[in-house]
Design a protein around this ligand. Structure first.
Ligand code: ITT
Length: 198
């Protein structure tokens, strides 16, 4: 029973969540081990609504304890966009690169302070359709003038965490995982998972 299903279809997020849970006694499984699992429709207006929807859908289907993450980038000068639309900012089926290009274009010629942004990760923990917990982690920073680095995924090559000079794309995964929004959310939810499974 000591197992947790990571409720994401995004392989990059899955890799990070697995790395962040390494060393704990929790037995981690992925959605890929549950063929036929329906994909949750992300139509919520907040990260929390979407995270809860994913966790509820996947925990009902698997009959297990599920941790789902809904995350994205919020740029202050763009009134919080791309926000919950982070994955499809440049349109349906767009690539990470398309999203980054669109973002850099929208912020073109904007000086330092108006490039402030934050990454948000909202994690919902549900057991067989019932809510157990919902937590949020944030990482503040700014948008670089151009894409830099090939590590990570998504908006990592254009995001510089506050107090640092490199983009997440220029940092190895262990360095990103020490300051990221996902790490902050997992730090909050990990003791809850351990306690729940005990
Ligand atoms: P699931 O719903 O199956 O988990 P998804 O990719 O649709 O997969 P989200 O709706 O939460 O997940 O969208 C997250 C998007 O936000 C992701 O595709 C990236 O573009 C961006 N994002 C989130 N966390 C990020 C991170 O740590 N680094 C870079 N980009 C990130």
């Amino acid at each position: 029973m000591n197992e947790l299903i990571l409720g994401t279809n995004n392989q990059d997020k899955l890799r990070e969540m697995k790395a962040l849970l390494r060393g704990s006694k929790i037995r981690v499984r992925s959605l890929a081990e549950f063929p036929g699992c329906p994909e949750a429709v992300e139509d919520g207006r907040t990260f929390e609504a979407n995270a809860r929807k994913k966790a509820r859908t996947y925990s009902l289907f698997t009959g297990k304890l599920v941790l789902a993450d809904d995350s994205g980038l919020m740029v202050y000068a763009l009134n919080g966009k791309p926000g919950v639309y982070s994955a499809r900012f440049a349109g349906a089926n767009c690539s990470y690169q398309d999203n980054n290009r669109k973002l850099l274009r929208l912020l073109k010629k904007r000086p330092g302070l108006s490039r402030r942004a934050k990454f948000v990760s909202c994690m919902a923990l549900y057991d067989r359709g019932k809510a157990v917990a919902c937590v949020k982690g944030e990482c503040h920073g700014s948008i670089a003038q151009m894409s830099r680095g090939a590590h990570g995924f998504g908006y990592d090559p254009v995001f510089i965490p506050a107090g640092l000079k490199k983009t997440f794309g220029e940092m190895i995964s262990s360095a990103k995982n020490k300051v990221s929004h996902r790490w902050k959310a997992l730090k909050k939810v990990k003791p809850i998972i351990i306690n729940y499974l005990a």
